[in-house]
Ligand binder design. Structure first.
Ligand SMILES: [Zn+2]
Length: 356
């Protein structure tokens, strides 16, 4: 019996949310409150996530007591063999994230090239990134359940301790050991400074910047830093941050157009992907949420992109202010729309005058 759970359900749930007909026949979703199961593209209203279970086959849903929906007739759905192969591969990675690309492709009956392309098209990220994310999730689970870090590294499928530390770096994340304690033992230094956008707070761990935020009220900014890192030791230290703050202020004043600073952030694979894109938007330019979604390879993810922008914790360093609505409206900004407006005006005039 294959009741699908784990991280792959995020992908299936997204297909349900999008009513993505490509997935019809490859899985069904059953709703506990109605006792009915549907194909992904069913037109019926979407249930709450917590009431939904996923099944690889209709007979399995029926064996669990669910009845097929009369509207979408899930038992009559023909599966696209390629999508089915990819969904099977997703499940395979979930169980065995160490599997190589060639192994996965050959189980799917596709060439490595075709497999990789199709996987990316359907899942949104490459099989390699997906299996890294699975390993990272697994590692976190192991650690949460009380396993020591070294054992957890191997249990999660990382070949060596070095591999995960490299990944953690790449993921702009806290080190595995720091993760175990929920940020406990991580010391964070911060400082605040007045600038023409109000008060700016800059905070960092030993590894990099973990927060850059703007506000009108210093105590407010400090208490939201504390709320974001409830277990960290947070101390004020302006001298250690002097050079960084100066760099940010220079950038803010238009004296330097690139702002490259080491970061220490906790993020999902998707947030990372979006943030990487944001860092590539040149000074003085903007992109729409839709354009970013398209660059990531899935134009339907506009809202998810907007959410990733809204959860950015490091203003300016990850320039989420350079993303606007498709019609050019400024849309939202975590630190206030007025600040976004000011930043964009300044950057566009700065880009013109210095555009030699
Ligand atoms: Zn239905």
């Amino acid at each position: 019996m294959t009741i699908i759970d784990g991280m792959e359900t995020e992908i299936l749930w997204r297909a349900v949310g999008d009513r993505d007909a490509r997935f019809d026949g490859t899985f069904v979703f059953a709703v506990a409150t109605t006792g009915i199961f549907c194909r992904p593209s069913c037109k019926a209203r979407r249930p709450k996530r917590e009431n939904v279970r996923f099944f690889a086959a209709t007979v399995e849903a029926e064996a669990c007591g669910y009845r097929p929906c009369l509207r979408c007739r899930p038992t009559a759905a023909d599966a696209d063999p390629v999508v089915t192969a990819i969904v099977t591969a997703i499940r395979e990675i979930e169980e065995f994230p160490e599997a190589s690309l060639d192994e996965l492709a050959s189980t799917a009956g596709l060439s490595s090239y075709h497999f990789q392309r199709k996987f990316k098209e359907i899942v949104g990220i490459s099989p390699k990134r997906y299996s890294e994310a699975i390993k990272m999730e697994r590692f976190k689970d192991e650690v949460r359940s009380g396993r020591d870090v070294t054992t957890a590294i191997y249990e999660a499928g990382f070949g060596s301790a070095r591999a995960i530390y490299e990944k953690a770096n790449e993921a702009l994340g806290m080190t595995p050991a720091a993760y175990k304690k929920g940020g406990k033992g991580v010391s964070i230094e911060f400082t605040t400074v007045e600038c023409d956008l109000g008060i700016m707070l800059v905070a960092r761990t030993k590894r990099g910047i973990c927060s850059v935020s703007f506000g009108d009220d210093r105590p407010d900014l400090i208490s939201s830093l504390g709320a974001e890192f409830p277990n960290a030791d947070i101390v004020e230290d302006s001298s250690g941050l002097e050079a960084i703050v100066r760099g940010i202020l220079d950038h803010l004043a238009g004296r330097s157009r690139r702002l490259v600073l080491p970061l220490d952030l906790q993020a999902t694979a998707f947030q990372l992907q979006v943030w990487e894109m944001l860092r590539k938007i040149p000074y003085g330019e903007t992109r729409s949420y839709a354009e970013i979604a398209e660059q990531i390879g899935d134009r339907r993810k506009v809202r998810a992109v907007a959410r990733a922008c809204a959860t950015n914790r490091v203003a300016l360093v990850i320039p989420c202010h350079r993303v606007v609505a498709s019609d050019g409206r400024l849309s939202g900004y975590r630190w206030g729309i007025e600040r976004k407006k000011k930043l964009l005006e300044r950057e566009s005039s700065g880009a013109k005058t210095s555009g030699r």
